[in-house]
Ligand binder design. Structure first.
Ligand SMILES: *Cc1c(COP(=O)(O)O)cnc(C)c1O
Length: 490
């Protein structure tokens, strides 16, 4: 279905920068011969509808001094900046109210769960004692697809028990989520979480809330202190629940994947694990779990419990401000829809009108042209690439390299193709560019010499080649016809 959609579309996008890159790698074969960077899949990072997920009490706080916060303000960094100037104490009072509401919601949910399961009356009553309103509360709620690794926290139960049961600095976890009915792996994860939550060391401190839905999710987004997200990289296309929590002052503690890789700046939450490591899944799990325990113990817990005599954690609230200020204006639908409009829809609308005008004159013309180019393409050839000006394949900044090749276009005309020098750093992370070459005269029997200069902006080892692709101003993609001929080395 993806291939069908890509072939029938003129624009495609991933939902975060990483997702765009991964998609270009995954679907490179849909554009054979086209370098990865030129695969026409871009990205717009997902955002959330802020006012749907922001607790009304938080909205009131943000509006108290600065007046009504409107949809149009949401993508304005200045708006968030001035609104986070609330008093620490006022924010903390609101937060504790929302947290208490969450704890009561969880207690009722568990109570009903126990009544339904027919457990002993004292256990039903005990549900009213579960969770501590003063304890650092960490939430995890989403679909239980296995790549999201809901049970990663439980890799080392002794370590976890030490964190949860610290007598001065307790930590508690609320889990919620559903697995797809056919996902046995996901269902096993839920069983494991429920089992751990019933172990005496974790009782009343790790809770699984049943019947996950929007309402359960909303309570968690409003009342948690920290939001845990630990998918296997790079499988989380964007993720959005972490965007919903920031609007309520909850801080993200997440693997750098999807949106969080773009949003995390070292001051607005915490990143799990190290960036850019490619490990075997089992090793990766071990590595990330270790990182979770370390950061919890040494950074998150100490910061949360650094509270003044009123119980207000000032430095924690500064981090909440950073989170609201840096994430609020970017990861919302206001910004997202704007990007879709500017980068995709406007262009599609303009092209649509152009193709529809005069009873689809341009569409017909382009269709006829494409047919002709496809039929003629086997006659297109290129060879005899030369370059000079650099020191072999090593070039330095400021070098001007002249490139030429012999090209045969068969029945096609020069205006119907683009002949390009393609220059690529040997280092796969390095730059690449395509420079248009111009015909300089016939060599023999229809073969034409094309030449041009490449001005080098980076030093290093480069590879040069020459390619021919169809070109027409009505095309939407450079590689729309999926025809590309690279020069052979003969
Ligand atoms: C936002 C949302 C999600 C998405 O959560 P991720 O952590 O991004 O996977 C899932 N379920 C509900 C109910 C949501 O509101």
């Amino acid at each position: 279905m993806t291939i069908l959609a890509l072939r029938l579309s003129r624009q495609a996008n991933g939902v975060s920068a990483i997702h765009g890159r991964v998609s270009r790698e995954m679907w490179q074969s849909v554009w054979p011969g086209v370098p990865k960077k030129e695969i026409p899949i871009r990205h717009v990072t997902n955002g959330i509808h802020t006012f749907t997920w922001m607790a009304p009490e938080i909205r009131q706080l943000l509006e108290k001094e600065e007046g009504v916060f409107t949809e149009n303000d949401l993508a304005e960094a200045g708006q968030w900046k001035k609104r986070v100037d609330f008093k620490d104490k006022e924010y903390w009072t609101v937060h504790l109210k929302l947290k208490t509401r969450l704890l009561e919601f969880v207690r009722n949910n568990v109570r009903n769960q126990r009544i339904r399961n027919g457990v002993k009356p004292e256990e039903i009553r005990a549900a009213q004692l579960m969770l501590n309103p003063k304890a650092l509360t960490i939430g995890f709620a989403r679909r239980f697809a296995t790549y999201k690794r809901a049970a990663l926290l439980f890799r080392d139960l002794d370590k976890l028990a030490a964190i949860v049961n610290d007598p001065k600095y307790p930590v508690q976890f609320v889990f919620a989520g559903k697995a797809h009915p056919a996902d046995e792996g996901g269902k096993k994860l839920i069983q494991l979480i429920v089992k751990v939550s019933e172990m005496p060391v974790f009782r009343n401190k790790i809770v699984f809330v049943e019947n996950y839905d929007f309402n359960v999710a909303r309570h968690l987004y409003h009342g948690c202190d920290v939001w845990l997200n630990n998918p296997t990289r790079p499988l989380e296309a964007s993720g959005t629940s972490g965007e919903k929590v920031i609007t309520n002052g909850c801080l993200n503690f997440s693997v750098r994947d999807g949106w969080w890789d773009e949003a995390f700046d070292g001051t607005n939450g915490w990143a799990i694990g190290e960036d850019g490591l490619r490990l075997e899944p089992e090793v990766q799990d071990e590595f990330d779990a270790f990182s979770i325990y370390e950061i919890l113990q040494h950074e998150i817990v100490p910061l949360y419990y650094e509270q003044d005599s009123d119980g207000v954690p000032k430095r924690w609230i500064d981090r909440v401000r950073r989170s609201l200020m840096t994430i609020g204006p970017v990861y919302n639908t206001q910004r997202m829809v704007g990007e879709y409009a500017e980068n995709f829809y406007k262009r599609a609308a303009e092209k649509g009108r152009m193709f529809a005008d005069n009873q689809f004159a341009k569409s017909r013309e382009l269709a006829v042209w494409k047919d002709r180019v496809r039929n003629a393409w086997s006659g297109v050839k290129a060879n005899g690439v030369t370059w000079s000006g650099g020191n072999g394949t090593t070039v330095s900044v400021g070098d001007s390299v002249s490139v030429s090749a012999h090209v045969l276009l068969g029945s096609l005309k020069n205006e119907e193709v683009a002949v390009e020098a393609y220059v690529k750093a040997v280092d796969p992370q390095g730059p690449s560019l395509a420079i248009r070459l111009e015909p300089t005269g016939e060599v023999s029997q229809g073969w034409v010499k094309y030449a041009g200069r490449v001005e080098v902006k980076d030093s290093g080892n480069f590879q040069f080649n020459v390619r021919v692709r169809p070109s027409n101003p009505s095309l939407t993609q450079a590689h729309e016809l999926r025809l590309i001929t690279w020069a052979s080395n003969s």
